[in-house]
Structures are given as C-alpha cells and as structure tokens.
Design a binder for this molecule. Structure first.
Ligand code: GSH
Length: 202
C-alpha cells in the first residue's frame, strides 16, 4: 500500500488520521511546484490530478481524503474515529458533513478563489472569496455556540474525524489569514486542545 500526498489540508487530514491510529505507510511526496500531480502517470491514478491518493498492493486506487480514512478505519478499527456504535456513527457522519460544508468549505473557498495555484482548477471569483472570508467568523461562532454544552469533542465525548476536519480547517485558516476570532471561548479551548495533540504535527 502506498500513499501519494503533498502539502495542503487534504493530505494533512489523512496524516492526522494515521497518526491518531499509529498507522505508518510508505508514502510518495508529490511536488506541486513541479506539477507532478498533473503528470500523465499521476492522472492515471487520479483523473482529477489531486492528492491524497491511496494505491493498494493489487493496484486498486482510493482517492478522496475521507474515503482513504474510511478504508484505513476498516483495516485498523482501534481507536474508532468514525464511531463505535450506531449512534456515534450517525453523529460523527452528521458532524463530518457540518464541519466539511459549514467550516472547511468556507475557508477552502477563500483559498480556491484567490490562490493562483488553483486558477486552472476553477473559474476564480475574487468577490466570492471575499464574501466567504467575511463569513468565516460566523461559522466559528456557530461552532462556539454548539460547544457551549461543554462536550470535549465536536461530535461528543470521543475524538473523531469531525475533529480532524476542524483541525485542518483551523490550520488552513492560519495559512490564509483567517484565524479563529478572539472571544470564542469554547471553540478557542477546543482548538488549543487539538493543537496540543501529537497528531497536529503529522
Ligand atoms: N476532495 C478531495 C480534495 C483533494 C484536493 O483538493 N487536494 C489538493 C491538495 S489539498 C490538490 O491536490 N490540489 C491540486 C489541484 O487542485 O490541482 C479530497 O478530500 O481528497
């Protein structure tokens, strides 16, 4: 099994997930500066020309960071990061989607619509980027209100993939100048706890 990865939040999610599980895999570093992700050989692995990509020993290819995590969870169930029972699985899936769509995507859209790196990937609309940038504080404020019930992790009592999506959103916010606003005590405390985890440095 081999993980093709690079800089950026989506490879980072998989690395955090693997660090939390204690999984080590051979990895191939894809150099964006040299456009290795758009080379014909790489496009045979992922027609979208994106990382991460997991290639199994029989040649099967799994792309999409969360799908790679799902596959690894099936091979390494402990600790369960997608939930141990029906209720926690439902809640984690719910929070994965909420964190993805409400928080990560808002920050990610600023990157996608401003960074020249993405100019071939989509039609960039700078005004949309600015509108999304303005929305980021309210997304974190929403999460802050959610965490006011005192739960330690986004989906409940256990660390999960929902926290990992939040971690990469917070990290990406740092990179693009959208840090978690001061005064959001619950989300601020959650963020400090996540940054203290060894997997933050994965
Ligand atoms: N939905 C994909 C997104 C993958 C993605 O956008 N990866 C970025 C790096 S974080 C990439 O490869 N970008 C290159 C490009 O868009 O051309 C996933 O979750 O894996």
């Amino acid at each position: 099994m081999k993980l093709y990865q690079s800089i950026g939040p989506n490879s980072y999610r998989v690395r955090i997930f693997m660090a939390e599980k204690g999984i080590e895999l051979p990895s191939v570093q894809i150099d964006f500066a040299r456009m290795e992700h758009k080379a014909p050989e790489f496009l045979k692995l992922n027609s979208l020309g994106q990382v991460p990509v997991l290639e199994l020993d029989d040649g099967t290819v799994i792309t999409e960071s969360i799908a790679i995590c799902r596959y690894l969870e099936a091979l390494h169930p402990e600790p369960p990061l997608f939930g141990a029972d029906a209720v926690s699985q439902g809640k984690i899936e719910m929070w994965n989607r909420r964190m993805e769509q409400e928080v990560f995507a808002t920050i990610g859209n600023v990157a996608l619509h401003t960074d020249p790196f993405f100019k071939e990937r989509l039609t960039q609309v700078p005004a949309f980027a600015e509108a999304q940038r303005a929305d980021v504080p309210r997304k974190w404020a929403w999460l802050d209100r959610e965490l006011a019930d005192g739960r330690p992790y986004i989906a409940g009592d256990a660390f999960s993939t929902a926290d990992i999506i939040g971690m990469v959103a917070s990290w990406l916010g740092d990179v693009f100048g959208m840090v978690i606003p001061d005064g959001l005590d619950n989300v601020g405390a959650w963020d400090r706890r996540m940054r203290a985890r060894p997997s933050w440095n994965a």
